[in-house]
Design a protein around this ligand. Structure first.
Ligand code: ATP
Ligand code: MG
Length: 358
């Protein structure tokens, strides 16, 4: 048999020792990154076409954080039934939001991407939350108050929206929930509900934190109010050039002439430029506003070009999914299947603590 000389033996032994050490470190790192990551959860309602407020306020954070967190990103179709009560529209919007997510850069290998209605346990959990929540507490929700002011009748579903959202977050033991500022109060509802449940039935839920990026907390719509699918004041993220142009040209401004100096911080167009321009380009534009000589029409045309340049690579990616909707549907199914075991286990604990498991 072939024998190594003693000096070679010690070198080989040392090498094996080092390889073992490195492998142990790699395994530890892999275990840490795979299993010890904090959990992130968020979603977008398929209540209309995704807009640039959704992207900068929420979806960009989902993409930026997908390596750092164990992320669950869902399509909030149960929530959308409160406003979208047309079968064809809802199904179409669900698929559209899924394609938007993928085009924006969510990687289904890294993120659990699913449709809320594929996890019906959230509706059961929302029911348990209803049983420990008072009507007067829910009446304080600003979304309910807004809807109540506008509509004669508010559905029980819309009134109860914060409890379903609390269930979405708490069933997954989410540590952080990236959202726009409009959702801050709903995260407070989830935190309060977790605490109330824990006090009533024993320690069951983690207390989640909202993650709100200050600079993009509320992206204004073309009328200056918060950009919202339901307000019809959006710039569609994946609209055609014409659709985007139509929206941009409608942005509401004051009636200053091109020659007059303008305060950029009071201009809806400038607020949107800030999403696309940084550093010197933004400073130059600010100076042109303050100096005078820049008309709103020119500023809108500049914004239009910025938006189209920004989305063009994402558009290309989206086209490939549009040609393969079956693939998108199977990504959503796989995403739900991935989280099902932990949802089942969490529900077992919840039902045990409530007393409905015999
Ligand atoms: P709807 O009008 O149906 O409520 P929406 O436009 O408000 O639709 P949602 O699906 O409710 O969109 O929200 C998805 C995510 O996008 C949430 O995290 C929300 O906070 C965020 N978001 C929505 N609009 C804006 C906005 N104008 N600026 C920043 N973030 C936003
Ligand atoms: Mg909303």
């Amino acid at each position: 048999m072939f024998k190594l000389p003693n000096s070679r033996k010690s070198t080989v032994g040392f090498s094996i020792y080092m390889i073992n050490k490195i492998c142990a470190k790699v395994a530890l790192f892999w275990y840490y990154t795979a299993y010890m990551k904090k959990r992130l959860l968020s979603g977008v309602q398929p209540s209309g076409v995704m807009h640039i407020g959704n992207y900068f306020g929420a979806v960009k954070q989902f993409v930026d954080l997908q390596d750092k967190y164990d992320s669950s990103i869902f399509i909030a179709d149960l929530h959308a039934v409160t406003t979208t009560q047309n079968k064809d529209n809802l199904s179409k919007n669900i698929l559209e939001v899924a394609m938007d997510y993928l085009a924006c850069g969510l990687d289904p290998e890294k993120v659990n991407l699913f449709k809320q209605s594929d996890i019906p346990e959230v509706a059961e959990l929302a029911w348990y939350f209803n049983c420990i929540t008072t009507v007067s507490y829910l009446e304080r929700a600003t979304t309910y108050k807004d809807a109540h002011m506008k509509a004669k009748e508010v559905t029980a579903g819309l009134f109860d929206y914060p409890m379903l959202m609390a269930a979405d977050i708490l069933i997954e033991d989410a540590d952080i929930v990236p959202v726009g500022a409009d959702q801050k109060q709903h995260i407070e509802y989830a935190r309060d509900t977790a605490q109330k449940f824990n006090n009533t039935f024993g320690e069951t839920f983690k207390i989640p934190e909202a993650l709100i990026m200050k600079e993009v907390a509320i992206v204004p719509g073309i009328d200056g109010r918060k950009m919202s699918k339901s307000y019809g004041n959006t710039i569609p993220l994946f609209g055609s050039d014409d659709e985007i142009k139509k929206a941009v040209m409608k942005i509401v401004t004051d009636s200053k002439t091109p020659e007059e100096p303008k305060d950029p911080e009071k201009c809806n167009i400038f607020a949107l430029h800030k999403l696309f321009l940084q550093g010197e380009s933004l400073q130059d534009l600010r100076a042109r506003y303050e100096h005078g000589g820049l008309g709103y029409k020119e500023s809108k045309e500049m914004l239009l070009n910025e938006i189209i340049a920004f989305i063009s690579p994402m558009r290309k990616k989206r086209e490939s999914y549009m040609n393969n909707p079956e693939k998108v549907i199977s990504i959503l199914k796989e995403g739900a299947n991935k989280i099902k075991p932990r949802i089942t286990e969490k529900m077992r604990i919840i039902r045990d603590n409530i007393g409905v498991n015999l």
